[in-house]
Design a protein around this ligand. Structure first.
Ligand SMILES: O=C(O)CCC(=O)C(=O)O
Length: 293
């Protein structure tokens, strides 16, 4: 796909992944990831496992009070009473994506949270979210992985409501203009429990070692469904307060939320301070113009 066409797609494309159903065999994990309990258990062995598999799960990474404070903080920001953050329709600054048929005007803060699909850039507006992003456990882990100072470059809240849609398989690094060899890491923090039935994260272990994969526009900007192996997938059901640390090149996705409840998570993506930036064109060449898929 030529560069000009790709940028047009990226501007005009609206993900339908929140509502469109994936092929029924796309998520077929036979293994469930086993978390370590607390940051004190993250040692050299767990670091090696992160590098080998591309992800590591820390249960009880946050206290229950921190987790409920995070949910309150998100509801406050969505409520629109914080002057520095004015929730707006999706696509605008402070854009908030709600479930189909819901609008910001008709809902108050906690109801907006229940109707939420996605919101970005909340952390800098709320001390309770900043405290999570600056948590010593995350920082120490990242410093060891990156051998550099970690810098928060993107944050997003995903409240995956019950729906037939998935978050298709992808690599987080496809969204950032950074050299693909950079040790970029996302910390995915469960604010609600994320059991199998509510569409927890699924991984292809070791896939980060293969480098950038071809991405296409389908239900989302994603790895083609046909390129996803139907064997060897690992599911990561977690309880609230868990932190899933994932390498930005590990292939991951999540099936539809088939439960009756919301599944809220805070996603923080960190880059090494000295990571090398690349142009948009180089990024597209790396992830979109690859042969295969
Ligand atoms: O929370 C999920 O279900 C998937 C989120 C994800 O992988 C992403 O937004 O990059």
């Amino acid at each position: 796909m030529p560069y000009s066409e790709w940028t047009r797609y990226l501007t005009e494309f609206s993900p339908v992944s929140a509502v469109a159903a994936p092929p029924p065999d796309l998520y077929c994990a036979t293994e469930h990831a086993v978390p370590v309990k607390g940051w004190d258990e993250v040692g050299d062995e767990q670091l090696a496992e992160f590098w080998r598999r591309g992800f590591l799960i820390v249960a009880d990474a946050f206290q229950p009070s921190d987790v409920s404070a995070a949910a309150d903080a998100i509801a406050v920001l969505l409520g629109g009473t914080e002057p520095s953050y004015r929730p707006s329709p999706w696509g605008e600054k402070h854009g908030v994506l709600l479930r189909p048929g819901r609008s910001l005007e008709s809902l108050a803060g906690p109801d907006r949270l229940d109707a939420l699909v996605l919101a970005r850039g909340l952390v800098k507006h709320e001390p309770r979210l900043r405290a999570m992003a600056e948590h010593v456990g995350i920082r120490h882990f990242l410093e060891r992985v990156m051998d550099d100072a970690p810098v928060l470059m993107h944050d997003m809240v995903r409240a995956k409501p019950p729906s037939p849609g998935d978050k298709p398989w992808h690599q987080d690094l496809t969204h950032f203009r950074l050299d693909p060899s950079s040790a970029v890491v996302t910390a995915w923090i469960a604010v609600d429990d994320a059991p199998l039935e509510s569409g927890c994260l699924h991984f292809i272990p070791g896939s980060h070692l293969d480098g950038p994969a071809k991405h296409v526009f389908d239900r989302d900007y994603q790895i083609p469904d046909s390129a996803i192996p139907r064997t060897g997938q690992v599911a990561a059901p977690v309880t609230k307060g868990s932190c899933v640390l994932l390498h930005a090149l590990v292939q991951h996705g999540s099936p539809p939320n088939r439960s009756t409840g919301r599944r809220l998570a805070l996603q923080l993506t960190f880059r090494p301070d000295t990571a090398v930036t690349i142009s948009d064109e180089e990024r597209i060449l790396a992830f979109a113009d690859r042969p295969g898929g």
